[in-house]
Design a protein. Structure first.
Ligand code: GAP
Length: 514
């Protein structure tokens, strides 16, 4: 069995080899935690973005989209709390000189102990078979009880330290837990200090008295500052939402795990403005709605779970993550946050402009509350490619194939058209088919190498359908269609291809089921 770590390495190598993701500026040895999307990656990314955008803006009459600028007035980030509170607690190991996020070190420690408990449980489950009672085992096994106590105590201290912003206590937890640097093995740590994650730059030339501005760390603020514009020009009535897709930037310290945590990334966010007091109802509504969107892609319902936050961000009164089972375990792919009137209220204070809604039913003004759904496009991309990667042995031939079982609706190329040979008018016939289908589906034409090799290349990029044009095609206008996942082949009439494709890769069908 391949380890999860090796699997992840293979996914990264495959993503590069087949034009999904390249390291940024690779010819200069790359730029840490920054990535470029290649010819197949960009198609997949566009498809994910479209599926999200259409689900938000077309399926909900009361949600509209905007596209705000990345640069914003610096006061935005004072009002939003990012200047004072968008920090990570950092700690350095004095021997390796490596820098870590103190909270991540503690979380990893907790996960390790959790792993030890799970091992005991798995062992006992094996030993006792059907008679095994996990609850009873957890309540009585001494090793499990000791470890669980360690988890509970450390977690309680950790949550309190984060809430109180107590950096000395964070260090003390690391010391008490005897957490060692993974590189040097040493437990000699510096004090913990706060580090702001925003990138800053200068607007205007120095001579014109340049102003420090920030690259936005979330797209949400572009929506908040446009709340009045959209509400008034769109004559929007509460509850209503504003959706946006765009780049965000964070100077992440623990920037690893490929495109999971990047310094430049893309967010797909929707702020839903509601009447104060109804926010928990909408929060639960959006939690379920968003989970349904994820599950609709058919990547396996068991691969998703909610994680309700213990520690809330500076703007939230309730928050949950939708986690996906990545090769490195369950991790956040999307956050749903109840942000109260924190953002609009603060923008009102800092800008001095009235940002309120006049509710005609209630006959009064109020500052709307906000429920936000925020998903990382790149992280969603990673969930799709890591879930899609499959190594298989082909039954009859014993050949190995790597097949990307990407949900067909998201696949970069929907169908590939192959003439069996390069002569006898087959290429012309194949091109004719391409020319009718290419307006609706992203198609690829391939005539080089054996059909088997062409199949392998298309499997590796996740193309759901390959069409082969042979001599019989010239006689009866039929082709073979070969299915990526089952490798089954079927003879079909050319004029049926459009409807077959539509049925299998149509976003419309998926959207209708949401
Ligand atoms: N507006 C709320 C907000 O930004 P967040 O939990 O910080 O909330 C939302 O981010 C989503 O953005 C995350 O669930 C994740 O998918 C994505 N994300 C956050 N930081 C990221 C990073 N450094 N690299 C890639 N994706 C990231």
């Amino acid at each position: 069995m391949i380890s999860q770590e090796d699997l992840f390495k293979k996914i990264i190598a495959h993503s590069k080899e087949y034009g999904f993701i390249f390291q940024s500026s690779e010819i200069y040895d790359g730029l840490s935690a920054v990535y470029d999307y290649g010819q197949n990656g960009v198609e997949l990314k566009n498809n994910i973005r479209k599926y999200w955008w259409d689900a938000m803006t077309r399926l909900n009459e009361n949600i509209v989209g905007i596209d705000a600028a990345i640069f914003m007035h610096p006061k935005t980030w004072e009002a939003s709390g990012h200047v004072s509170a968008f920090n990570d607690p950092l700690i350095d190991n004095k021997d390796s000189k490596k820098r870590y996020r103190a909270d991540v070190l503690i979380e990893e420690y907790l996960e390790k102990i959790e792993g030890k408990i799970q091992k005991e449980i798995d062992k006992a489950a094996n030993r006792f078979g059907d008679a095994f009672n996990e609850k009873q085992f957890r309540e009585t096994n001494q090793r499990v009880l000791t470890n669980q106590q360690k988890i509970d105590e450390t977690k309680a201290r950790f949550i309190k330290a984060l809430e109180d912003n107590d950096l000395a206590e964070l260090k003390k937890i690391i010391e008490d837990a005897e957490i060692a640097c993974p590189i040097s093995g040493s437990k000699d740590w510096t004090d913990v200090r706060q580090f702001n994650l925003m990138f800053s730059t200068q607007l205007g030339s120095i001579s014109e008295e340049a102003n420090t501005i920030y690259l936005r760390p979330e797209t949400a603020q572009g929506i908040f500052v446009n709340y009045l514009n959209v509400q008034k020009t769109g004559r929007m009535k509460i509850p209503f939402g504003i959706a946006q897709v765009g780049k965000a930037f964070r100077n992440e310290i623990v920037a690893r795990q490929f495109i999971f945590r990047m310094r430049e990334f893309e967010q797909m966010e929707m702020q839903f403005f509601v009447k104060p007091g109804t926010e928990m109802e909408w929060y639960n509504y959006w939690k379920e709605k968003r989970l349904k969107w994820h599950k609709s892609l058919g990547m396996g319902n068991e691969k998703y779970r909610f994680h309700d936050h213990d520690k809330l961000a500076h703007y939230a009164n309730a928050a949950a993550d939708i986690e996906f089972l990545f090769p490195m375990g369950f991790r956040e792919v999307e956050g749903i946050h109840s942000r109260t009137d924190f953002d609009l209220g603060n923008h009102e204070k800092v800008s001095g402009k009235k940002i309120q809604y006049f509710d005609t039913e209630e006959n009064k003004n109020y500052t709307p509350y906000v429920v936000e759904t925020s998903i990382g496009l790149d992280r969603m991309f990673l969930s799709v490619v890591s879930n899609a990667y499959n190594e298989e042995t082909v039954e009859n031939t014993g050949d190995q194939r790597i097949v990307m079982k990407i949900p067909p609706v998201l696949a970069p190329v929907k169908l590939a058209v192959f003439p069996l040979t390069k002569k006898d008018g087959l290429p012309e016939k194949a091109r004719e088919i391409m020319d009718t289908l290419k307006f609706d589906f992203n198609c690829q034409y391939e005539e080089k190498d054996t059909i088997g090799r062409r199949y392998r290349r298309q499997d590796a990029i996740g193309t759901p359908f390959c069409i082969t044009v042979d001599h019989q095609t010239l006689d009866d206008n039929t082709v073979t269609i070969r299915y990526r996942d089952t490798m089954e082949q079927e003879r079909v009439a050319i004029d049926k291809l459009g409807s077959i494709m539509e049925e299998k890769v149509s976003m419309k069908k998926l959207l209708k089921e949401l």
